[in-house]
Design a protein around this ligand. Structure first.
Ligand code: NAI
Length: 270
């Protein structure tokens, strides 16, 4: 059911790779709620071609941008404002990648060039998207910027490796830039800490199935699916959350407040 929550709003949605992507679901919901927006992804992801199906469905355009490139991000905002006919009201940062995780490097044997890449792609890109937006004055007052995080920022999940540092940095940027942009332009900046979700990025982490099942058993409501994460993003883009900023908001079926669940206790008993 749609509520017209984003009627008249203009946005940028990054990170839709295929139907499983959280960003893909956000695009579908944003469209249903009356927003107009552009889609963006890294040039290499665009070559897969899937995103064009989504663009067609949403009657919009795709702008290629490597999130580590300030030049690409400048182009992204400029073109988006041209296409949408004005400043931007919401931005979704749904970007994450670790070469160390992808290539199965142990945490005690990290490649430091790749570590820097992990941080650049998955976290510093968020700062770049905010700094470029500020310099171009591309965001309207009370615009809302959301990035997606994971609880490995606070707690250790060994297989998540250097992505844990990337998420901690991402959440910290949301707080620091949230203060600055809130004071300057009333722009809101938050991260959503999402349950494990079966996407390309998610399932790329070794042992994913185990921590998906574990989180599901620990969470009173079960793991939150991508569609529900998209719903939560929409509420943050809407005017109903105008005073929510600088927060890391758990969207995890209750996982983050749990110690142990009856289901896990049951599993541990002989
Ligand atoms: P996904 O694989 O569908 O999306 C990741 C996106 O990042 C892809 O579209 C990819 O092309 C893009 N990307 C990678 N390098 C890029 C670059 N240099 N420039 C621009 N884009 C680039 O997977 P998912 O799960 O939808 O990931 C979205 C966000 O959600 C990520 O930040 C991820 O860490 C986060 N998240 C995912 C969870 C999961 O279990 N799947 C749980 C919590 C957070």
């Amino acid at each position: 059911m749609a509520y017209n929550l984003l009627a008249g709003k203009k946005g940028i949605i990054t990170g839709a790779l295929d139907e499983k992507s959280i960003a893909w679901q956000v695009a579908l919901k944003a469209k249903a709620e009356g927003a107009t927006f552009v889609l963006s992804n890294a040039p290499v992801a665009l070559r897969m071609g899937k995103i064009n199906e989504l663009a067609q469905h949403c009657q919009t355009e795709v702008i290629g941008a490597d999130a580590t490139s300030v030049e690409d991000i400048e182009n992204l905002y400029k073109k988006s404002m041209e296409i949408l006919g004005g400043k931007i009201d919401f931005v979704l940062h749904s970007i994450g990648m670790s070469p160390n995780v992808r290539k199965g490097k142990e945490y005690g044997d990290l490649n430091y060039e790749w570590f820097m890449k992990t941080l650049d792609i998955s976290a510093i890109s968020f700062h770049k998207m905010l700094q470029v937006a500020e310099k171009l004055d591309a965001l309207n007052e009370y615009a809302s910027v959301v990035a997606l995080s994971y609880i490995a920022a606070q707690r250790t999940f060994p297989d998540y490796s250097d992505m844990a540092q990337a998420k901690a940095l991402l959440e910290s940027i949301a707080r620091s830039y949230g203060e600055r942009y809130g004071r300057l332009k009333k722009v809101r900046i938050n991260t959503i800490s999402q349950s494990p979700t079966k996407t390309t990025a998610g399932t790329g982490v070794s042992g994913f199935d185990a921590f998906f099942e574990y989180a599901n058993m620990m969470s009173p409501l079960g793991n939150a699916p991508a569609e529900a994460c998209a719903d939560y993003c929409i509420t943050l883009f809407s005017d109903l959350t105008r005073y929510v900023t600088m927060q890391n908001l758990y969207h995890d079926g209750g996982f983050s407040s749990m110690g142990i669940s009856p289901e896990i206790v049951g599993k541990m008993q002989p």
